[in-house]
Design a protein around this ligand. Structure first.
Ligand code: UD1
Ligand code: UDP
Length: 382
Protein backbone atom coordinates (compact mmCIF):
# COMPACT_ATOMS: atom_id res chain seq x y z
CA UNK A 1 0.00 0.00 0.00
CA UNK A 2 1.23 3.53 -0.81
CA UNK A 3 2.38 5.39 2.33
CA UNK A 4 0.43 8.49 3.41
CA UNK A 5 2.50 11.50 2.47
CA UNK A 6 2.33 13.86 5.46
CA UNK A 7 3.91 17.30 5.28
CA UNK A 8 4.48 19.19 8.53
CA UNK A 9 4.67 22.94 7.98
CA UNK A 10 5.90 25.37 10.65
CA UNK A 11 7.82 28.61 10.90
CA UNK A 12 8.34 29.97 14.40
CA UNK A 13 10.20 28.80 17.50
CA UNK A 14 7.20 27.49 19.46
CA UNK A 15 5.77 25.62 16.48
CA UNK A 16 9.15 24.03 15.84
CA UNK A 17 9.55 22.92 19.47
CA UNK A 18 6.12 21.32 19.44
CA UNK A 19 6.33 19.86 15.92
CA UNK A 20 9.90 18.49 16.10
CA UNK A 21 9.02 15.41 18.15
CA UNK A 22 6.04 14.78 15.87
CA UNK A 23 8.17 14.98 12.72
CA UNK A 24 10.47 12.39 14.31
CA UNK A 25 7.58 10.12 15.28
CA UNK A 26 5.96 10.34 11.85
CA UNK A 27 9.24 9.46 10.14
CA UNK A 28 9.39 6.24 12.18
CA UNK A 29 5.92 5.01 11.09
CA UNK A 30 5.89 2.46 8.33
CA UNK A 31 2.69 3.68 6.69
CA UNK A 32 3.75 7.33 6.62
CA UNK A 33 6.16 9.26 4.46
CA UNK A 34 7.10 12.30 6.55
CA UNK A 35 8.09 15.58 4.88
CA UNK A 36 8.92 18.85 6.54
CA UNK A 37 8.60 22.39 5.21
CA UNK A 38 9.61 25.48 7.18
CA UNK A 39 8.36 28.92 6.26
CA UNK A 40 11.09 30.45 8.44
CA UNK A 41 8.76 33.15 9.75
CA UNK A 42 11.52 33.07 12.37
CA UNK A 43 15.07 32.48 11.25
CA UNK A 44 17.64 32.22 14.06
CA UNK A 45 15.07 31.17 16.65
CA UNK A 46 13.78 28.45 14.33
CA UNK A 47 17.21 27.21 13.29
CA UNK A 48 18.22 26.80 16.92
CA UNK A 49 15.34 24.33 17.42
CA UNK A 50 16.04 22.47 14.16
CA UNK A 51 19.63 22.03 15.28
CA UNK A 52 18.75 20.69 18.75
CA UNK A 53 16.27 18.17 17.33
CA UNK A 54 18.47 17.44 14.29
CA UNK A 55 15.81 18.12 11.69
CA UNK A 56 16.74 19.08 8.14
CA UNK A 57 13.68 20.50 6.37
CA UNK A 58 12.86 19.26 2.86
CA UNK A 59 11.67 22.77 1.94
CA UNK A 60 12.60 26.17 3.37
CA UNK A 61 10.70 29.29 2.25
CA UNK A 62 13.08 31.58 4.17
CA UNK A 63 10.47 34.37 4.37
CA UNK A 64 11.60 36.29 7.47
CA UNK A 65 12.36 39.96 7.20
CA UNK A 66 13.11 42.42 10.01
CA UNK A 67 9.96 44.09 11.37
CA UNK A 68 7.73 41.97 9.13
CA UNK A 69 3.98 42.63 9.09
CA UNK A 70 1.20 40.09 9.32
CA UNK A 71 0.36 40.72 5.67
CA UNK A 72 3.88 40.08 4.41
CA UNK A 73 4.08 36.85 6.38
CA UNK A 74 0.70 35.72 5.05
CA UNK A 75 1.33 36.52 1.38
CA UNK A 76 4.85 35.09 1.32
CA UNK A 77 3.62 31.85 2.92
CA UNK A 78 0.70 31.55 0.51
CA UNK A 79 2.80 32.08 -2.60
CA UNK A 80 5.68 29.89 -1.43
CA UNK A 81 3.50 27.01 -0.29
CA UNK A 82 1.49 26.91 -3.50
CA UNK A 83 4.70 25.85 -5.27
CA UNK A 84 5.83 23.47 -2.54
CA UNK A 85 2.48 21.68 -2.45
CA UNK A 86 2.42 21.40 -6.26
CA UNK A 87 5.85 19.78 -6.19
CA UNK A 88 5.53 17.54 -3.11
CA UNK A 89 1.86 16.61 -3.48
CA UNK A 90 1.21 15.74 0.18
CA UNK A 91 -1.92 13.81 1.18
CA UNK A 92 -2.08 15.71 4.45
CA UNK A 93 -0.61 18.99 5.65
CA UNK A 94 -0.05 19.38 9.39
CA UNK A 95 0.02 22.86 10.87
CA UNK A 96 0.49 23.87 14.47
CA UNK A 97 -1.34 26.21 16.79
CA UNK A 98 -2.05 29.85 16.14
CA UNK A 99 0.73 31.61 14.31
CA UNK A 100 0.37 33.40 11.00
CA UNK A 101 2.41 30.58 9.47
CA UNK A 102 -0.22 28.11 10.73
CA UNK A 103 -3.14 30.10 9.35
CA UNK A 104 -1.61 30.84 5.95
CA UNK A 105 -0.33 27.28 5.56
CA UNK A 106 -3.80 25.91 6.26
CA UNK A 107 -5.27 28.36 3.76
CA UNK A 108 -2.66 27.42 1.15
CA UNK A 109 -3.42 23.73 1.68
CA UNK A 110 -7.14 24.43 1.30
CA UNK A 111 -6.54 26.31 -1.97
CA UNK A 112 -4.61 23.25 -3.19
CA UNK A 113 -7.41 20.97 -1.92
CA UNK A 114 -5.13 19.05 0.40
CA UNK A 115 -6.40 17.66 3.71
CA UNK A 116 -5.36 19.65 6.79
CA UNK A 117 -4.52 18.41 10.28
CA UNK A 118 -4.41 20.95 13.11
CA UNK A 119 -2.04 20.15 15.95
CA UNK A 120 -2.93 21.98 19.21
CA UNK A 121 -6.53 22.47 18.15
CA UNK A 122 -9.35 24.08 20.10
CA UNK A 123 -7.57 26.59 22.35
CA UNK A 124 -9.72 29.72 22.71
CA UNK A 125 -10.04 32.95 24.66
CA UNK A 126 -13.10 34.07 22.64
CA UNK A 127 -11.56 37.54 22.46
CA UNK A 128 -10.80 38.33 18.84
CA UNK A 129 -8.01 40.77 19.70
CA UNK A 130 -6.38 38.91 22.57
CA UNK A 131 -4.09 37.24 21.87
CA UNK A 132 -3.73 39.11 18.58
CA UNK A 133 -3.69 37.78 15.90
CA UNK A 134 -3.47 34.28 17.38
CA UNK A 135 -7.09 33.89 18.51
CA UNK A 136 -8.38 34.49 15.00
CA UNK A 137 -5.56 32.46 13.42
CA UNK A 138 -6.42 29.33 15.37
CA UNK A 139 -10.17 29.80 14.93
CA UNK A 140 -9.75 30.06 11.16
CA UNK A 141 -7.45 27.03 11.07
CA UNK A 142 -10.17 25.18 12.98
CA UNK A 143 -12.63 26.05 10.21
CA UNK A 144 -10.24 24.86 7.51
CA UNK A 145 -8.97 21.67 9.14
CA UNK A 146 -10.17 18.10 8.53
CA UNK A 147 -8.38 16.58 11.52
CA UNK A 148 -8.13 18.30 14.90
CA UNK A 149 -5.63 17.17 17.52
CA UNK A 150 -6.75 18.69 20.80
CA UNK A 151 -4.33 18.67 23.72
CA UNK A 152 -6.98 18.72 26.47
CA UNK A 153 -10.63 17.81 27.03
CA UNK A 154 -11.47 21.50 27.45
CA UNK A 155 -9.94 22.21 24.01
CA UNK A 156 -12.00 19.40 22.48
CA UNK A 157 -15.13 20.76 24.16
CA UNK A 158 -14.46 24.23 22.70
CA UNK A 159 -14.50 22.68 19.23
CA UNK A 160 -17.70 20.77 20.01
CA UNK A 161 -19.39 24.05 21.01
CA UNK A 162 -18.46 25.36 17.56
CA UNK A 163 -20.05 22.30 15.95
CA UNK A 164 -16.74 20.57 15.21
CA UNK A 165 -17.03 16.96 16.36
CA UNK A 166 -15.77 14.96 13.37
CA UNK A 167 -12.08 14.16 13.06
CA UNK A 168 -11.34 15.38 16.60
CA UNK A 169 -8.73 13.46 18.61
CA UNK A 170 -7.75 14.08 22.23
CA UNK A 171 -3.98 13.66 22.27
CA UNK A 172 -2.23 15.77 24.91
CA UNK A 173 0.26 18.46 23.94
CA UNK A 174 3.40 17.47 22.04
CA UNK A 175 5.44 19.94 24.11
CA UNK A 176 5.38 17.44 26.98
CA UNK A 177 6.84 14.85 24.56
CA UNK A 178 9.59 17.36 23.70
CA UNK A 179 10.49 17.82 27.37
CA UNK A 180 11.35 14.16 27.75
CA UNK A 181 14.61 14.75 25.90
CA UNK A 182 15.56 18.26 27.04
CA UNK A 183 15.48 18.35 30.84
CA UNK A 184 18.53 16.83 32.56
CA UNK A 185 19.78 17.35 36.13
CA UNK A 186 23.44 17.42 34.99
CA UNK A 187 22.76 19.87 32.14
CA UNK A 188 25.49 22.51 31.61
CA UNK A 189 24.32 25.72 29.99
CA UNK A 190 26.16 26.89 26.86
CA UNK A 191 25.23 30.43 28.06
CA UNK A 192 27.82 30.73 30.87
CA UNK A 193 25.94 33.22 33.09
CA UNK A 194 23.24 30.58 33.59
CA UNK A 195 25.80 28.21 35.16
CA UNK A 196 26.94 30.92 37.59
CA UNK A 197 23.52 31.79 39.07
CA UNK A 198 22.87 30.67 42.66
CA UNK A 199 19.55 28.84 42.07
CA UNK A 200 19.31 27.55 45.66
CA UNK A 201 20.40 30.65 47.61
CA UNK A 202 18.73 33.33 45.47
CA UNK A 203 15.25 33.83 44.01
CA UNK A 204 15.88 33.34 40.31
CA UNK A 205 12.93 34.52 38.21
CA UNK A 206 12.78 33.43 34.56
CA UNK A 207 11.01 36.03 32.43
CA UNK A 208 9.84 36.19 28.82
CA UNK A 209 7.58 38.81 27.24
CA UNK A 210 6.95 39.25 23.54
CA UNK A 211 3.25 39.27 22.58
CA UNK A 212 2.01 41.76 20.01
CA UNK A 213 -1.00 42.80 22.12
CA UNK A 214 1.47 43.74 24.89
CA UNK A 215 3.49 46.06 22.61
CA UNK A 216 3.51 49.64 23.94
CA UNK A 217 1.88 50.56 27.27
CA UNK A 218 1.24 47.01 28.64
CA UNK A 219 4.85 46.00 28.02
CA UNK A 220 6.08 49.22 29.66
CA UNK A 221 3.95 48.52 32.74
CA UNK A 222 5.22 44.95 32.95
CA UNK A 223 8.83 46.02 32.63
CA UNK A 224 8.46 48.83 35.17
CA UNK A 225 7.04 46.25 37.59
CA UNK A 226 9.93 43.86 36.92
CA UNK A 227 12.50 46.57 37.62
CA UNK A 228 10.72 47.52 40.86
CA UNK A 229 10.75 43.89 41.98
CA UNK A 230 14.52 43.56 41.43
CA UNK A 231 15.27 46.89 43.10
CA UNK A 232 13.08 46.05 46.11
CA UNK A 233 14.25 42.49 46.80
CA UNK A 234 18.05 42.06 46.96
CA UNK A 235 17.70 38.27 46.76
CA UNK A 236 16.12 38.41 43.28
CA UNK A 237 18.06 37.58 40.11
CA UNK A 238 16.00 38.12 36.98
CA UNK A 239 16.86 36.22 33.80
CA UNK A 240 15.20 37.46 30.64
CA UNK A 241 16.15 35.92 27.28
CA UNK A 242 14.94 38.74 25.06
CA UNK A 243 13.00 37.85 21.91
CA UNK A 244 14.64 39.05 18.67
CA UNK A 245 11.69 41.29 17.76
CA UNK A 246 13.07 44.87 17.52
CA UNK A 247 10.02 46.22 19.41
CA UNK A 248 10.68 43.91 22.34
CA UNK A 249 14.44 44.51 22.37
CA UNK A 250 13.98 48.25 22.42
CA UNK A 251 11.55 48.11 25.37
CA UNK A 252 13.71 45.68 27.36
CA UNK A 253 16.81 47.81 26.75
CA UNK A 254 15.02 50.97 27.87
CA UNK A 255 13.37 49.65 31.05
CA UNK A 256 15.59 46.82 32.24
CA UNK A 257 19.20 47.39 31.21
CA UNK A 258 21.99 48.54 33.51
CA UNK A 259 21.17 46.54 36.65
CA UNK A 260 23.60 43.89 37.88
CA UNK A 261 20.83 41.48 38.92
CA UNK A 262 18.85 41.79 35.67
CA UNK A 263 20.33 39.44 33.10
CA UNK A 264 19.10 40.45 29.66
CA UNK A 265 20.42 37.74 27.36
CA UNK A 266 19.80 36.68 23.78
CA UNK A 267 17.19 33.95 23.17
CA UNK A 268 18.51 30.68 24.55
CA UNK A 269 18.05 27.32 22.92
CA UNK A 270 15.16 25.15 24.02
CA UNK A 271 17.30 22.82 26.14
CA UNK A 272 18.65 25.82 28.03
CA UNK A 273 15.16 27.27 28.48
CA UNK A 274 13.70 24.05 29.85
CA UNK A 275 16.63 23.53 32.22
CA UNK A 276 16.50 27.18 33.33
CA UNK A 277 12.83 26.69 34.21
CA UNK A 278 13.62 23.45 36.02
CA UNK A 279 16.11 25.29 38.25
CA UNK A 280 14.54 28.73 38.72
CA UNK A 281 12.24 29.78 41.54
CA UNK A 282 9.31 30.87 39.38
CA UNK A 283 8.36 32.11 35.91
CA UNK A 284 6.79 35.38 34.74
CA UNK A 285 5.70 35.30 31.11
CA UNK A 286 3.22 36.18 28.40
CA UNK A 287 4.27 33.08 26.43
CA UNK A 288 1.85 30.28 25.66
CA UNK A 289 4.41 27.48 25.72
CA UNK A 290 5.95 28.43 29.05
CA UNK A 291 2.50 28.18 30.67
CA UNK A 292 2.46 24.51 29.69
CA UNK A 293 6.07 23.66 30.46
CA UNK A 294 6.60 25.30 33.86
CA UNK A 295 3.71 23.49 35.60
CA UNK A 296 5.15 20.16 34.44
CA UNK A 297 8.36 21.18 36.21
CA UNK A 298 6.54 22.22 39.39
CA UNK A 299 7.28 25.92 38.90
CA UNK A 300 4.74 28.66 39.65
CA UNK A 301 3.87 30.93 36.72
CA UNK A 302 2.56 34.49 36.71
CA UNK A 303 0.98 35.11 33.32
CA UNK A 304 1.56 38.65 32.07
CA UNK A 305 -1.68 38.82 30.07
CA UNK A 306 -5.33 39.66 30.64
CA UNK A 307 -6.56 36.22 29.65
CA UNK A 308 -5.34 32.74 28.90
CA UNK A 309 -6.44 30.00 26.53
CA UNK A 310 -4.76 27.55 28.91
CA UNK A 311 -7.04 27.51 31.97
CA UNK A 312 -6.08 23.99 33.05
CA UNK A 313 -2.99 24.95 35.07
CA UNK A 314 -4.84 27.94 36.56
CA UNK A 315 -7.45 25.49 37.89
CA UNK A 316 -4.65 23.22 39.13
CA UNK A 317 -3.29 26.20 41.10
CA UNK A 318 0.21 26.47 39.58
CA UNK A 319 -0.55 29.40 37.27
CA UNK A 320 -2.02 32.82 38.12
CA UNK A 321 -3.22 35.44 35.69
CA UNK A 322 -1.32 38.56 36.72
CA UNK A 323 -2.45 40.78 33.85
CA UNK A 324 -0.36 43.72 32.69
CA UNK A 325 -1.21 46.16 35.43
CA UNK A 326 1.94 47.24 37.31
CA UNK A 327 0.44 47.00 40.79
CA UNK A 328 -1.04 43.52 40.38
CA UNK A 329 2.14 42.15 38.84
CA UNK A 330 4.17 43.56 41.74
CA UNK A 331 1.73 42.24 44.38
CA UNK A 332 1.63 38.69 43.00
CA UNK A 333 5.40 38.49 42.49
CA UNK A 334 6.05 39.91 45.97
CA UNK A 335 3.84 37.20 47.43
CA UNK A 336 5.85 34.46 45.74
CA UNK A 337 9.12 36.05 46.88
CA UNK A 338 8.24 36.73 50.53
CA UNK A 339 5.52 34.24 51.50
CA UNK A 340 6.76 30.64 51.59
CA UNK A 341 3.28 29.21 52.14
CA UNK A 342 1.94 31.08 49.10
CA UNK A 343 4.90 29.85 47.07
CA UNK A 344 4.52 26.23 48.19
CA UNK A 345 0.82 26.33 47.39
CA UNK A 346 1.67 27.02 43.74
CA UNK A 347 4.85 24.96 43.40
CA UNK A 348 3.64 21.46 42.73
CA UNK A 349 4.15 19.56 39.50
CA UNK A 350 0.99 19.03 37.48
CA UNK A 351 0.58 17.71 33.97
CA UNK A 352 -2.81 18.77 32.63
CA UNK A 353 -1.34 19.27 29.16
CA UNK A 354 0.10 15.89 28.32
CA UNK A 355 1.75 12.63 29.33
CA UNK A 356 4.53 12.47 26.75
CA UNK A 357 2.60 10.31 24.23
CA UNK A 358 0.86 12.98 22.15
CA UNK A 359 2.98 12.35 19.03
CA UNK A 360 2.19 8.65 18.99
CA UNK A 361 -1.53 9.38 19.35
CA UNK A 362 -1.41 11.90 16.50
CA UNK A 363 0.43 9.44 14.22
CA UNK A 364 -2.14 6.74 15.05
CA UNK A 365 -5.00 9.16 14.42
CA UNK A 366 -3.55 10.00 10.99
CA UNK A 367 -3.27 6.29 10.17
CA UNK A 368 -6.83 5.76 11.39
CA UNK A 369 -8.21 8.68 9.35
CA UNK A 370 -6.51 7.36 6.21
CA UNK A 371 -7.72 3.80 6.75
CA UNK A 372 -4.37 2.28 7.75
CA UNK A 373 -5.67 1.09 11.10
CA UNK A 374 -9.08 0.16 12.38
CA UNK A 375 -8.65 0.67 16.11
CA UNK A 376 -9.76 4.11 17.29
CA UNK A 377 -6.66 5.79 18.81
CA UNK A 378 -6.50 5.87 22.58
CA UNK A 379 -7.31 9.27 24.08
CA UNK A 380 -5.20 11.34 26.44
CA UNK A 381 -6.47 11.40 30.01
CA UNK A 382 -5.15 14.11 32.33
C1 UD1 B 1 5.39 35.03 16.37
C2 UD1 B 1 3.93 34.60 16.41
C3 UD1 B 1 3.46 34.42 17.85
C4 UD1 B 1 4.40 33.54 18.65
C5 UD1 B 1 5.82 34.06 18.51
C6 UD1 B 1 6.76 33.10 19.20
C7 UD1 B 1 2.49 35.45 14.63
C8 UD1 B 1 1.64 36.57 14.18
N1 UD1 B 1 3.10 35.61 15.81
O1 UD1 B 1 5.44 36.34 16.93
O2 UD1 B 1 2.18 33.83 17.84
O3 UD1 B 1 4.03 33.60 20.00
O4 UD1 B 1 6.18 34.12 17.11
O5 UD1 B 1 7.99 33.64 19.44
O6 UD1 B 1 2.60 34.46 13.97
N2 UD1 B 1 13.05 37.97 14.58
C9 UD1 B 1 14.36 37.75 14.22
N3 UD1 B 1 14.82 36.45 14.24
C10 UD1 B 1 14.06 35.41 14.60
C11 UD1 B 1 12.74 35.64 14.98
C12 UD1 B 1 12.24 36.93 14.95
O7 UD1 B 1 15.08 38.66 13.90
O8 UD1 B 1 14.55 34.28 14.60
C13 UD1 B 1 12.53 39.34 14.56
C14 UD1 B 1 12.32 39.89 13.14
O9 UD1 B 1 12.64 41.25 13.13
C15 UD1 B 1 10.81 39.70 12.95
C16 UD1 B 1 10.32 40.02 14.37
O10 UD1 B 1 11.27 39.40 15.22
O11 UD1 B 1 10.30 40.54 11.96
C17 UD1 B 1 8.94 39.54 14.70
O12 UD1 B 1 8.74 38.18 14.33
P1 UD1 B 1 7.24 37.66 14.01
O13 UD1 B 1 7.30 36.22 13.71
O14 UD1 B 1 6.61 38.56 13.01
O15 UD1 B 1 6.46 37.91 15.36
P2 UD1 B 1 6.67 37.30 16.80
O16 UD1 B 1 6.40 38.38 17.79
O17 UD1 B 1 7.94 36.56 16.85
N1 UDP C 1 11.93 29.33 24.50
C1 UDP C 1 13.25 29.08 24.14
N2 UDP C 1 14.18 30.06 24.31
C2 UDP C 1 13.87 31.28 24.81
C3 UDP C 1 12.51 31.53 25.17
C4 UDP C 1 11.57 30.52 24.99
O1 UDP C 1 13.58 27.99 23.68
O2 UDP C 1 14.75 32.13 24.93
C5 UDP C 1 10.94 28.25 24.28
C6 UDP C 1 10.04 27.91 25.45
O3 UDP C 1 10.62 26.94 26.28
C7 UDP C 1 8.80 27.40 24.76
C8 UDP C 1 8.75 28.20 23.49
O4 UDP C 1 10.06 28.72 23.29
O5 UDP C 1 8.93 26.03 24.39
C9 UDP C 1 7.76 29.30 23.61
O6 UDP C 1 7.92 30.17 22.55
P1 UDP C 1 7.42 31.64 22.58
O7 UDP C 1 7.27 32.12 23.98
O8 UDP C 1 8.31 32.40 21.68
O9 UDP C 1 6.00 31.52 21.87
P2 UDP C 1 4.54 31.18 22.40
O10 UDP C 1 4.57 29.88 23.11
O11 UDP C 1 4.11 32.32 23.26
O12 UDP C 1 3.74 31.15 21.14
Amino acid sequence: MKPIRVMSVFGTRPEAIKMAPLVKTLSEREGIESLCCVTAQHREMLDSVLEIFQITPDFDLNIMEPGQTLSTITTKCLLGLEKVFAEAKPDLVLVHGDTTTAFSSALAAFYSQIKIGHVEAGLRTYDKYSPFPEEMNRTLVGDLADLHFSPTAANRDNLAREGVTKGVFLTGNTVIDAMATTVRPDFRFPTEILNRLDYKGKTVIAVTCHRRENYGAPMEHIMTALRWIVETYPQVELVYPVHLSPVVRQAAGKFLSGHERIHLIDPIDVEEMHNLMARCSFVMTDSGGLQEEAPALGKPVLVLRRETERPEAVSAGTVKLAGTDEETVVTLASQLITDKAAYDAMAHAVNPYGDGHACRRIAEAVEYAFGLRTAVPEQFQA
